[in-house]
Write a protein that binds this ligand. Structure first.
Ligand SMILES: [Zn+2]
Length: 471
């Protein structure tokens, strides 16, 4: 199938030009002004933006956590992503107790199998290098296209690793071509504060934030940066929320160290007061690290504008408020940590970032697509509009008005973090490798079209695969 997208403003991280984009089969084959080509279908994109499909480097679909499982599986999660203009994500494959990485990967591949609407990769969440997983197996992962792994410095007695394990994993990454990701909070100190809060009878959702102060995120962020410096590996700090964590990342980057940070949509909009909402509504906003004091939102906008932080993800990890979050009705430590948002990232960042003058359109593309692609071994096959790249494209209507709501979103979650928020600008047509996924508010593809992507080693380009030409 060939497709001509005519006369839109083609926006990349670097440029914005009115042009035609010609898609032949799965890839972009020509970009130019008034292209003289025959196509099986022409899309009139006059007045619209033509953006690369967004990439979400941080999601949790079909993940067991806190005694329950996230409500969005690969099907509902990826449908939700597609409606929001996200055409590729990297999900966390969690190594269970005593499992090898191969066993964990087999489980996660099975979760995705037959349900996929968008392309996807896996990070490994390393929880144990002694019983099941090993340093040798970790070293071999990049050869299978698993080129990043995350370690938790928090969630004591659940997912947390000690510094020995973290440092060993970093040394492996330095030699194997992997990117190390960290959830940076000091889990030991949090554990003490949580026990003190419960002993004092403080059980409401707001104590989730009170027992995870920003200093403990700053401490762990700085510790990870220094350890990565010694190990010689590249480091990516996930879900950065506050000045205490932005500052050490900024300093490291100013030194030219191989350190990057991400924040998530919700940290720009949800602040710590949301957790104090009455009637247990605060539980909707329980995720880690927690929402912070509102002034940090300006810190984060400034950080993404100045490249102290390099990407915006969603950390989509959705639980029903009614039935799952309520597990913690009498004890905030039993509220499953996580929130929805996979569908809303582009619309929220476009409206409050670009429309309100905080970041440029190019920087938005950079943060939501190009930087995630470059950091996670997907570039230039994904993350930009270029000849030879996968035709993962969003035709975006900058004038379209929408009100975000759980009643309209495609996640199975029964609430929306941005309920009632009005935005101007939304995807109109979303393409995955030249196939229409979503058009005018309708899903037009069937589950199974998304493919697993074997990602390139850190810093290496990802070329288009041979099979893409044949299909
Ligand atoms: Zn996460």
């Amino acid at each position: 199938m060939s497709l001509l997208i005519k006369g839109g403003l083609v926006v990349t991280a670097a440029d914005a030009t009115v042009a035609d984009v010609f898609v032949d089969d799965e890839r972009i084959s020509l970009i130019g002004v008034d292209l003289d080509v025959q196509a099986e279908r022409t899309i009139d994109a006059a007045g619209k933006y033509v953006l690369p499909g967004c990439i979400d480097p941080h999601t949790h679909l079909d993940m067991p956590f806190g005694g329950t499982v996230t409500i969005d599986d690969f099907e509902s999660g990826q449908i939700s992503a597609a409606f929001g203009g996200t055409t590729c994500h990297v999900d966390f494959c969690i190594q269970g107790q005593g499992q090898t990485f191969a066993q964990a990967l087999e489980i996660w591949h099975a979760k995705a199998n037959g349900k996929t609407l968008i392309d996807y990769g896996f990070h490994i969440a390393v929880t144990d290098l002694h019983d099941g997983g090993s340093l040798e197996e970790l070293e071999s992962l990049p050869e299978q296209g698993i080129t990043s792994y995350k370690l938790f410095m928090a969630y004591k007695n659940v997912l947390q690793v000690d510094d020995e394990t973290l440092f060993q994993a970093m040394e492996v990454a330095a030699g194997s071509g992997a990117l190390v990701m960290v959830h940076a909070e000091n889990g030991d100190a949090i554990d003490v504060l949580v026990k003190q809060a419960l002993a004092a009878g403080h059980t409401e959702p707001r104590y989730h934030a009170a027992t995870r102060p920003p200093e403990l995120e700053g401490e762990a962020t700085n510790r990870a940066i220094q350890l990565a410096r010694i190990a010689g590996c590249p480091l990516y700090v996930v879900h950065v929320t506050c000045k205490e964590a932005v500052d050490p990342i900024r300093r490291a980057r100013e030194q030219g160290w191989r350190v990057w940070g991400e924040t998530c949509t919700q940290y720009f909009f949800v602040d710590e007061t949301f957790l104090a909402r009455p009637s247990f509504e605060g539980a909707k906003f329980v995720y880690s690290p927690p929402a912070r004091a509102k002034w940090n939102q300006d810190v984060l906008w400034n950080a993404v504008r100045t490249d102290a932080l390099s990407a915006i993800s969603t950390d989509h990890c959705s639980f029903l408020w009614d039935g799952q979050k309520t597990l913690g009705k009498d004890d905030f430590t039993k509220i499953p940590n996580g929130g929805p948002g996979l569908e809303d990232r582009l619309k929220m960042i476009h409206h409050f970032g670009v429309n309100e003058g905080r970041i440029s359109l190019n920087r938005m593309v950079d943060l939501l697509a190009t930087q995630p692609a470059k950091l996670f071994g997907l570039y230039p096959r994904k993350g930009t509009i270029a000849v030879g790249s996968d035709a993962d494209i969003v035709v975006f209507d900058p004038q379209k008005r929408e009100t975000l709501s759980a009643s309209r979103h495609h996640s199975k979650c029964d609430y929306n973090l941005y309920e009632g928020t009005e935005v101007t600008g939304a995807p109109e047509i979303v393409l995955l490798r030249g196939k229409v996924l979503v058009e005018n508010g309708e899903l037009v593809a069937s589950p199974g079209v998304g493919r697993f992507v074997r990602r390139a080693k850190f810093g290496e380009p990802l070329a288009a695969p041979a099979e893409a030409v044949a299909s």
